[in-house]
Design a protein around this ligand. Structure first.
Ligand SMILES: Cc1ncc(COP(=O)(O)O)c(C=O)c1O
Length: 366
């Protein structure tokens, strides 16, 4: 048996179950188009919702060096402090910067609550929240999606998301406010929704106890942050293992985030919402049902999902085919994400081709 036979067997099992994941390499031309495997594509599966990853000012801000240590050792720079200050100014609360949303959720979930606490977690929460809660060893109760009445008595913290990335929906956030702490992960809504892009909770007029925002999606760069009371920040710095035991974000990334933050304007948010309306209205006109109400537009297709995604790609539209176990079996879907930078023509061509592909695959001849 080869030295790595045990690994190979597991890879084969994954492939046999049809669950193997592989990388594809995309060369971006501008905010929404690029070349994938030699062919031109319009990208409908990026989280660069405001087109800032390609903004010349964001690109120009990538200046400086790596920081060589965790922020608690010698890796804390004026730019980290400046970015935290800009976010604190926006939220008017304490902010702690993290290397990614994954790091932020691991630290927040595993430090805010203790093993004796009950935590209610929405059934569709992101893997990083689930993993963080596992690390907390708290008594975890998974509650049905968008069902605040399911919050158990004695709950210390409820964990939900601002916009759910697989369903493109926003839950009834005000109904989750109570005696317990409320955490809202605004990964897909920060920069996009609410006053000054503060997120879905702010859009609904509530201030959760703890908010997580990411910088790698609408802000176009990389990193994340946690908003909360000063006590939370003190705890995260002293006990948040994914804050303490990791290298600080490189200066170029932080400087680019500062630039991205100042470019996440109402004008861009409005352009995104105009595209959302155009695409969702177009789907309705064609009689195609979509989930949710936001810039994330999933169409549940079950068995046909990968066939439809592949046919769309052959026609130059790249959307994500989402399979089980990421979503429940039978609810596999093609998920489109919109950007403020998509043109009317790009959206209209997608609608036309999607309609054609759905008709073809309906009759099994795609
Ligand atoms: C809801 C949610 N939280 C957290 C993350 C992780 O963020 P990051 O990509 O910055 O690690 C994601 C990323 O997909 C997400 O969808």
């Amino acid at each position: 048996m080869s030295r790595y036979g045990a690994l190979q067997r597991r890879v084969e099992n994954i492939a046999t179950a049809g669950l193997q994941r592989t990388l594809r390499t995309l060369d971006m031309t501008d905010a929404v188009t690029g070349t994938l495997n030699g062919g031109p594509v319009t990208v409908f599966c990026s989280n660069d919702y405001l087109g800032l990853a390609h903004h010349p000012d964001v690109r120009a801000a990538f200046q400086g060096s790596g920081v060589g240590a965790s922020r608690l050792i010698s890796g804390n720079r004026p730019c980290h402090e400046a970015l935290e200050a800009a976010l604190e100014n926006l939220f008017d609360r304490s902010v702690t910067l993290f290397s990614s949303g994954y790091h932020a959720n691991l630290a927040l979930m595993s430090t805010a609550v203790e093993s004796t606490d009950i935590v209610a977690s929405d059934a569709l929460n992101h893997a990083s929240l689930i993993d963080g809660l596992r690390l907390s060893r708290a008594d975890r109760r998974v509650i049905k999606h968008n069902t605040p009445t399911a919050i158990p008595d004695g709950t210390k913290m409820v964990v939900v998301e601002g916009v759910y990335s697989m369903d493109g929906d926003i839950i009834d956030l005000p109904a989750y406010v109570g005696d317990h702490w409320l955490t809202v992960d605004e990964a897909h809504s920060f920069g996009v929704l609410g006053p000054d892009g503060k997120g879905a909770a702010a859009a609904m007029g509530i201030e959760p106890d703890f908010v997580v925002g990411t910088l790698g999606k609408a802000i176009g760069t990389y990193g994340a942050f946690v908003v909360g009371p000063p006590e939370l920040k003190a705890l995260l710095l002293s006990q948040g293992r994914s804050f303490i035991f990791t290298t600080g974000l490189p200066e170029p990334v932080v400087r680019a985030s500062i630039a991205g933050l100042s470019l996440a304007t109402d004008a861009r948010r409005e352009a995104l919402q105009a595209n959302v309306r155009r695409f969702r209205f177009g789907l309705k006109e064609l009689g195609i049902d979509a989930l949710g109400s936001t810039h994330i537009v999933p169409i549940v297709l079950g068995d046909r999902t990968m066939k439809v995604a592949d046919s769309l790609l052959r026609r130059g539209h790249w959307a994500a085919g989402i399979r089980s176990p990421t979503v429940a079996p039978g609810t596999e879907r093609v998920r489109f994400t919109l950007s403020s930078e998509h043109s009317n023509d790009q959206i209209d061509r997608l609608l036309e081709d999607l309609n054609a592909v759905l008709k073809e695959t309906e009759h099994g001849n795609a």
